[in-house]
Design a binder for this molecule. Structure first.
Ligand code: ZN
Length: 229
């Protein structure tokens, strides 16, 4: 078989190069093998060039670059915002249940047998059972507030993508913080909120390169109404 007569195994388009010009799949694809599956897994999970690793590293080191480049069109380089958010949420839920931590127990125990307590318990149960939905509400609220207060040149949809990234990092901090909360003290939950606030200010000042003081004040305004989450 000469290279001119090859067809893409994914979309059927005629291919002449290493990758299909129509869909981007490798042209040298044959039967699924263990080697290919293992290589794909290693590529996706551990490779320094994998979108997940680059996205994670850059969101911590220089969030502004990820946010600007993603919005400007570098979609393939980075792990998708919603996928990133889902991955970190799953990691949080898995680790939380693995170490058997209930984030709301401690605050409720002290006000036993009062009317307030019943309300708190109900609120707590609601939050525990709806944590995924609440995180989604958090993401949308963050996007809406960002659109209202920060640069108007970005659309609500763009702020939504940013919110998914930033909430993903928030969830990751919260996941790591679980270990401190369990092994050191419950008060460490406040540390989680504080770290997120600092990160949010850091991310927004690195994303929007105008007056730093203005961005810091706006970050505080946007963050505080939604921080009790
Ligand atoms: Zn193709």
């Amino acid at each position: 078989m000469t290279s001119e007569s090859k067809y893409c195994r994914n979309c059927g388009a005629q291919v002449t190069n290493k990758y299909c010009e129509n869909c981007g799949q490798r042209t040298s694809v044959y039967k699924v093998s263990f080697k290919e599956t293992i290589n794909d897994f290693i590529d996706a999970a551990f490779s320094l060039n994998a979108p997940l690793f680059i996205t994670l590293k850059q969101l911590v080191v220089n969030p502004g670059i990820v946010l600007r480049e993603y919005l400007e069109g570098k979609r393939k380089k980075y792990y998708k915002p919603v996928a990133f958010f889902i991955l970190t949420t799953v990691a949080y839920l898995v680790i939380r249940s693995a170490i058997g931590f209930d984030p709301f127990t401690d605050t409720v125990v002290q006000v036993e047998n009062t009317q307030n307590n019943q309300l708190l318990t109900k609120a707590r149960d609601f939050m525990l059972f709806n944590i995924n939905k609440l995180l989604f509400i958090f993401v949308f609220t963050l996007a809406l507030f960002s659109k209202l207060f920060f640069s108007k040149r970005y659309t609500l949809a763009e702020y939504l993508a940013i919110s998914f990234y930033l909430t993903g990092i928030y969830t990751l901090f919260t996941t790591l913080n679980l270990f401190l909360v369990v092994w050191v003290s419950k008060e460490m939950q406040l540390l989680g909120i504080f770290v997120m606030l600092v990160y949010f200010i850091y991310a927004m000042t690195s994303f929007i390169k105008t007056n730093k003081i203005v961005i810091i004040i706006k970050s505080l305004i946007v963050f505080f109404p939604i921080s009790p989450m």
